[in-house]
Design a binder for this molecule. Structure first.
Ligand code: FES
Length: 139
């Protein structure tokens, strides 16, 4: 059911933990399953130099957080914003359709952390999309 990459990132998640005095923090939760993901950012000259996560959630949510942090690390803040949940799922060699919504938490939490960073910097926050947390109905 799960790809080897999902199992690997679930069993050996990258970038777990928190950053002290982060430049941005964001959280996303799925009201349907109750899972929660928190993202911490270190940003230097508009580049994400460090990122950590804490996820209270299912295996797919943990694997998605791990992969998303790997994809965002070293990117500039605009590239980080454009990371989509489907790109995260693709990098994991796919998620089962009913588990696609788990990867949405990663996109949403990263967006929340970037907007927190922008707010602290006095920059206008970016408009986020409306997330649909239904199982199996993510596009
Ligand atoms: Fe809730 Fe996966 S079941 S995020």
């Amino acid at each position: 059911m799960y790809s080897e990459k999902v199992l690997d990132h679930f069993q050996n998640p990258r970038n777990v933990g928190e950053i002290e005095n982060p430049d941005g923090v964001g959280q996303a939760g799925n009201p349907k399953c109750g899972d929660i993901m928190k993202i911490y950012l270190r940003v230097e000259n508009d580049v994400v130099t460090d990122i950590k996560f804490k996820t209270f959630g299912c295996a797919s949510a943990i694997a998605s957080s791990s992969m998303a942090t790997e994809l965002v690390k070293g990117k500039n803040i605009d590239e980080a914003w454009s990371l989509t949940n489907s790109a995260v799922a693709e990098a994991l060699d796919g998620l089962p359709p009913v588990k696609m919504h788990c990867s949405v938490l990663a996109e949403e939490a990263i967006h929340a952390a970037i907007n927190d960073y922008r707010r602290r910097k006095g920059l206008p926050v970016l408009e986020d999309k409306e997330y649909n947390h239904d199982h199996g109905h993510q596009h």
